[in-house]
Design a protein around this ligand. Structure first.
Ligand SMILES: [Zn+2]
Length: 81
């Protein structure tokens, strides 16, 4: 029984769920079903079997927009006062 969709690179169904990643911490990989192929090391979406690269970029952009930009804006406001 395959737990995850086959690897987009080598079609292996043996993959490990990624619990923590540099780009998404604990929440990102859980949201994107981020898994790593045991055969070739490719990381991908274990649900869709497609690359997560686009989703990671969007996730990163959303996190950046939600947290980093308001922080910079607050810094600027404080500096102006
Ligand atoms: Zn693979």
């Amino acid at each position: 029984m395959a737990q995850f969709a086959p690897c987009p690179n080598c079609a292996s169904t043996e993959a490990d769920k990624q619990v923590f990643t540099w780009w998404g911490g604990l929440i990102g990989p859980a949201l994107l079903t981020h898994v790593k192929c045991k055969s070739c090391g490719t990381t991908y979406n274990g649900k869709s079997g497609k690359s997560n690269n686009k989703a990671i970029a969007i996730y990163f952009a959303v996190i950046f927009g939600l947290f980093v930009i308001p922080c910079i804006a607050i810094q600027i406001l404080i500096a102006l006062n």
